[in-house]
Design a protein around this ligand. Structure first.
Ligand SMILES: CC(=O)CC(=O)SCCNC(=O)CCNC(=O)[C@H](O)C(C)(C)COP(=O)(O)OP(=O)(O)OC[C@H]1O[C@@H](n2cnc3c(N)ncnc32)[C@H](O)[C@@H]1OP(=O)(O)O
Ligand SMILES: NC(=O)C1=CN([C@@H]2O[C@H](COP(=O)(O)OP(=O)(O)OC[C@H]3O[C@@H](n4cnc5c(N)ncnc54)[C@H](OP(=O)(O)O)[C@@H]3O)[C@@H](O)[C@H]2O)C=CC1
Length: 292
């Protein structure tokens, strides 16, 4: 199998831009694709801001930033993904969206290109089965914020070839991440544990046991979590948290995973957390203010 040199990233949101950033810094040529050229270009600007932050924090040199940016390109249409050896999909956590993307992208890719999903919870086997290359499909699950978090979960679908898995592992190792391997079940390892905890925090709020601030302080100071569950939920995105709970609920058919109705309400309001400037906190002012 030929070595991976060019990585495509689909979805220029918080995860896609983070993945593009670490791949370009590690020396891969990167093509960043979103629904429009304009959104892909905005994604490149976010990567630039992320690299600037790393330069300011003396994590990387200005020359490394410039070299990484020179390796990164915004895709002007799906055909720009054609030269990629590996494509990592990091679009919205909705199975229909991901399936539609794979249907558009697969005909453009070389038959030997590897296709991966950064999905937080959806079955890799099921996503792979909807493509023309289940043997060349796997889960590469980064954590948010990608440039900071050390872990990457690798997930084989039932059909994933060993050589494809090993080639993908070599790419992630080049990014200087720590790999854990998870079996392909809803939420894999991290989100099987983390998102029900966040959902339980929302129930704790919903039942009036504590306020947003007291629950966050409890988990920060009482359990040494770097962020309280509401800060973290807003950071991840409440739409993503809800989609993951729905996958756990449907996939494991156990009522203990039922999404809290309050989480549903926030998502229905379009209060998705930091990315929409309002979630369990309101981010429109100088400092975040709890919304309940
Ligand atoms: C949903 C899923 O599928 C899976 C998931 O990802 S679940 C989410 C997993 N992530 C977490 O749990 C994150 C929990 N939070 C944290 O670890 C920390 O709060 C944090 C790393 C995000 C920020 O840390 P902090 O100490 O509060 O802030 P801060 O001092 O500003 O940042 C620490 C470092 O991270 C960097 N950083 C923070 N946020 C960043 C971002 N969004 N992008 C890039 N770098 C970032 C900062 O530049 C800083 O680096 P230096 O030490 O070089 O200055
Ligand atoms: N948030 C997190 O903490 C983590 C998320 N993940 C997973 O990563 C993936 C992305 O999440 P995240 O970055 O947070 O989400 P965001 O909402 O920040 O970004 C999703 C991006 O995908 C784009 N998109 C939607 N439809 C298409 C399409 N048809 N073609 C190309 N791009 C499209 C969106 O565009 P538009 O804005 O126009 O809809 C948006 O730019 C999800 O699968 C999520 O579960 C994994 C680990 C952590």
């Amino acid at each position: 199998m030929s070595e991976v040199r060019t990585v495509g990233v689909i979805g220029a949101g918080q995860m896609g831009t983070g993945i593009a950033q670490v791949c370009a810094l590690a020396g891969f040529d990167v093509v960043l694709y979103d629904v429009s050229f304009e959104q892909a270009r905005q994604g490149v600007a976010k990567v630039q801001a992320g690299l600037d932050r790393q330069v300011a924090g003396e994590k990387i040199a200005a020359t490394e930033r410039d070299e990484a940016l020179a390796r990164l390109k915004a895709a002007d249409g799906v055909n720009d993904l054609a030269p990629c050896d590996l494509v990592i999909e990091a679009a919205t956590e909705k199975e229909e969206i991901k399936r539609r993307i794979f249907a558009q992208v697969c005909p453009v890719l070389r038959p030997d290109a590897i296709l991966a999903s950064n999905t937080s919870s959806i079955s890799i086997t099921r996503l792979a089965a909807g493509t023309d290359r289940p043997e060349r499909f796997l889960g590469i699950h980064f954590m948010n914020p990608v440039p900071v978090m050390k872990l990457v979960e690798l997930v084989r679908g039932i059909a994933t070839d060993d050589a494809v898995f090993e080639a993908s592992k070599a790419v992630v190792q080049k990014l200087d991440k720590t790999i854990i391997v998870s079996e392909d079940f809803p939420g894999f390892i991290v989100n099987r544990i983390l998102i029900p905890m966040i959902n339980e925090a929302i129930y704790t709020l919903h039942e009036g046991i504590g306020s947003v601030e007291s629950i966050d302080a409890s988990m920060r100071l009482g359990a040494n979590h770097p962020m309280g569950p509401f800060q973290l939920a807003d950071f991840i995105g409440l739409d993503t948290c809800l989609s993951i709970m729905q996958v756990l609920h449907d996939g494991l058919a156990d009522s203990k995973y039922r999404p809290c109705p309050l989480l549903v309400k926030y998502v229905e309001a379009g209060w998705l957390g930091r990315k929409t400037k309002r979630g369990f906190y309101d981010y429109r002012g100088e400092t975040p203010v709890p919304t309940r």
